[in-house]
Write a protein that binds this ligand. Structure first.
Ligand code: ATR
Length: 277
């Protein structure tokens, strides 16, 4: 008698100890009674290809990819989804039965789903969106904002040239605003997103002026440690609708878990609590 193989999945990054994905996926595996494992793996860039191409042979059905490998992994995949190509990075690999490695990026999906569920009244088409920051996270956010029909995206970054590079890639719907003018940019927006690392534990606060935020604007911060950043605290005081960044992390994991383990998991209070453990 051959026993069914226990599916394995995991997350590859370096460092990896801080990742919240293992607690989350393990919570879902337990909740749904799925006999699988989710393993964090600290892999150096020079070993990335060898590790990824070996994992399917060891019973892995896929892995998440995190910093610093999200771009590099695109060179290793056999198939890449359109959204991963647009973002220029992948966060999810699926090891297909035919041996092909499929790369996807679910960050934008997680971002939109977090806003839809955290702010049901959110209408992305109601007005311009303002994006602070122009790193990898901003690319995923911008691609998905365009996808949901935001009419205009105002983007501001300390290093202006990085915002201009995004404008080159994503086109005329983006308008670059000088970092010193970022406060004015926020006054115009009905959707506001911080994609910088400012406000994160151990980093300086986001010091952009926030006194002109529009009442009713939907404001989110990709920083989720702490959950309540200065941006979200002030936005709430100004009558904005605020959504913390933990939900993006939870929602981006949903399509991956479903593909690997055959069950669409629910993002609920228990999943949030598991990720925060
Ligand atoms: P990620 O891929 O997670 O977005 P990243 O590429 O390192 O990470 O980008 C981090 C973002 O935070 C960038 O927009 C960065 O601005 P620069 O492009 O000018 O570096 C922004 N950021 C980080 N520290 C900052 C600081 N002290 N002041 C202003 N912006 C900062």
């Amino acid at each position: 008698m051959t026993l069914p193989r226990i599916p394995l999945a995991g997350v590859i990054g370096s460092p990896i100890a801080h990742s919240k994905s293992p607690q989350l996926h393990r919570h879902w595996l337990k909740t749904y009674g799925i006999p699988g494992y989710y393993i964090p793996m600290d892999v150096a860039p020079e070993n990335l290809r060898e590790v990824i191409t070996t994992l399917p042979k060891a019973g892995f059905v896929g892995v998440n990819i995190t910093v610093p490998h999200k771009e590099k992994v695109m060179e290793i995949a056999d198939l890449i989804t359109d959204r991963a190509i647009l973002i220029g990075a992948a966060n999810t690999l699926i090891f297909r039965k035919d041996g092909k490695i499929h790369a996807d990026n679910t960050d934008g999906y997680g971002f939109v789903e977090n806003l839809r569920q955290g702010a049901p009244q959110w209408n992305p088409q109601a007005g311009p969106a303002a994006v602070l920051g122009a790193g990898g996270a901003a690319r995923a956010v911008i691609a998905s904002l365009i996808d949901v029909g935001v009419p205009e995206i105002l983007i501001s970054n300390r290093t202006r040239i990085r915002a201009e590079a995004l404008q080159q890639d994503f086109g005329k719907r983006l308008k670059v605003v000088d970092w010193v003018q970022a406060g004015n940019m926020l006054e115009e927006a009905t959707t506001i997103v911080n994609t910088t690392s400012l406000g994160m534990v151990g980093k300086p606060e986001l010091r952009v002026p926030l006194d002109g935020l529009r009442k009713g604007a939907v404001v989110t911060d990709l920083v989720y440690a702490p959950l309540q950043t200065r941006l979200l605290r002030v936005a709430e005081e100004m009558g904005c609708v605020t959504v913390d960044g933990l939900g993006m992390l939870l929602h981006q994991a949903v399509p991956a878990f479903e593909r690997w383990f055959g069950m669409r998991p629910t993002v609920d209070a228990a999943a949030r609590a598991a990720a925060l453990r």
